[in-house]
Design a protein around this ligand. Structure first.
Ligand SMILES: Nc1ncnc2c1ncn2[C@@H]1O[C@H](COP(=O)(O)OP(=O)(O)OP(=O)(O)O)[C@@H](O)[C@H]1O
Length: 90
């Protein structure tokens, strides 16, 4: 069982009152499938995440990247188009 500390979770909002550098700490509630994938990623598994539109793939990807970054692992997001990369904070 992978345990997550509070420092693993941080809001990703970059608008309104949550603009950097004012980081707002909050708990992100992943669903059971997302949690499973996050646990696999933290164990070092390579995965392709597939799912219908709006099922939370991007949200999960950003959560994985942020969690790894909070644990001192260098991460870099990329995408096939510039707009998609911006949406991924890439
Ligand atoms: N665990 C979660 N808690 C809160 N909101 C979530 C969660 N997972 C996804 N969402 C929200 O659901 C919406 C859809 O998620 P997301 O954009 O990640 O889906 P997607 O599978 O990448 O969609 P698409 O394939 O169309 O790009 C977003 O507003 C996202 O913030």
């Amino acid at each position: 069982m992978t345990t997550f500390s509070l420092s693993d979770f941080i809001c990703f909002s970059t608008s309104g009152a949550f603009k950097p550098p004012f980081s707002v700490w909050c708990k992100i509630e992943l669903n059971s499938e997302q949690t499973h994938v996050l646990e696999m990623a933290l164990k070092g598994h390579s995965m392709v995440i597939l799912g219908q539109s709006g099922t939370g793939k991007s949200f999960l990807g950003k959560t994985i990247a942020k969690t790894l970054k909070n644990r001192g692992v260098a991460t870099q997001m990329t995408a096939t188009t510039g707009i998609a990369a911006l949406n991924e904070n890439g």
